[in-house]
Ligand binder design. Structure first.
Ligand code: BDR
Ligand code: CA
Length: 296
């Protein structure tokens, strides 16, 4: 049976790669793409998801958008992904439209329809999930599991010395989610994602292919002559191949620093029962091989 997923995302180059990978993975049934502000503003993020979809034919998932701003802080987008979020690679604007319904409402409705069947995969700041939890925590409890790309435990941050981008953009949302989520939840932080580097040597295979998706990927990746850590795609891979990573159960309260120079830093508090696991080890070469195989 296919695994039902909702992907909450802020496309973003690695988010775009994650979407392409998910579409190419027959094990997954994507029930919805929900867009949150992060790498780019939500409107641009939604348009980017639709631009990625233009590289594919057939039945594609519906795109919904919501949080335009983090819960409390002003949005700070990322320069890393270019002005347009897809590396300013010249990929055409899509004529497709996103749906009018609110992404947060969709995140609430779908698990009620498919209780304990959907995996929620969060690849951006946790604003949408925090809003959904605040609005209807009983509905969110009906997700089978939640996967979160965010945080850094033993490695430095990527936006400040101590913080990972997704948690830093909306620390209030990350803190709220970590304090209120009751589902089996797995965190994929920089400790694992920064072990998985897609190098120009590896993506050469796409240069020989004529499919639009290969062309889009090559255009985006040319921006990174040193290679790109495929943070978000790794979480999609983990949803299909759980054995690709090793996890430790979190036996302490988890939280995120809200302000000051440690804003966005993931921290551990007093011992507590927790439904959260943290990925700490990854078979990096296998992850890259699987990614390349899938996209090809
Ligand atoms: C995360 O931040 C974003 O820039 C990426 O898309 C990824 O989700 C990595 O810290
Ligand atoms: Ca992202």
């Amino acid at each position: 049976m296919k695994k039902r997923v909702i992907i909450d995302t802020d496309p973003g180059i690695d988010d775009a790669l994650a979407l392409a990978l998910a579409i190419k993975s027959s094990e997954l049934m994507i029930k919805a793409i929900t867009i949150v502000a992060g790498n780019v503003v939500a409107e641009q993020g939604a348009r980017n998801a639709l631009r990625v979809f233009d590289a594919f034919a057939g039945n594609l998932p519906l795109v919904y958008k919501e949080a335009e701003q983090p819960l409390k802080k002003a949005l700070r987008t990322s320069l890393f992904h270019g002005e347009d979020g897809l590396g300013d690679c010249g990929w055409p604007i899509s004529s497709r439209q996103y749906e009018n319904q609110s992404a947060v409402d969709v995140m609430i409705e779908l698990p009620k329809k498919y209780p304990n069947e959907i995996t929620l995969i969060c690849l951006g700041p946790l604003t949408n999930l925090a809003l959904a939890l605040k609005k209807d925590c009983e509905a969110i409890a009906k997700y089978k599991e939640v996967f979160i790309m965010g945080g850094a435990v033993e490695v430095p941050g990527n936006i400040t010395p101590n913080a990972e981008f997704n948690f830093w953009v909306d620390p209030e949302a990350a803190s709220f989610v970590l304090n209120h989520i009751e589902n089996t939840t797995t965190i994929f932080g920089l400790d694992v994602t920064r072990k998985v580097l897609l190098t120009p040597d590896a993506w050469k295979v796409f240069e020989e292919r004529s499919e639009p998706v290969a062309e889009l990927i090559v255009r985006m990746l040319r921006r990174f002559p040193q290679g790109l850590f495929i943070n978000d795609p790794l979480v999609i891979l983990a949803s299909i191949f759980p054995g690709l990573l090793e996890y430790v159960e979190c036996k302490k309260k988890l939280d995120v620093v809200l302000d000051g120079q440690n804003r966005g830093k993931l921290i551990f508090g007093e011992p507590a029962n927790s439904s959260i696991k943290i990925a700490y080890k990854v078979k990096a070469k296998q992850a890259i091989d699987l990614f390349l195989e899938r996209i090809n």
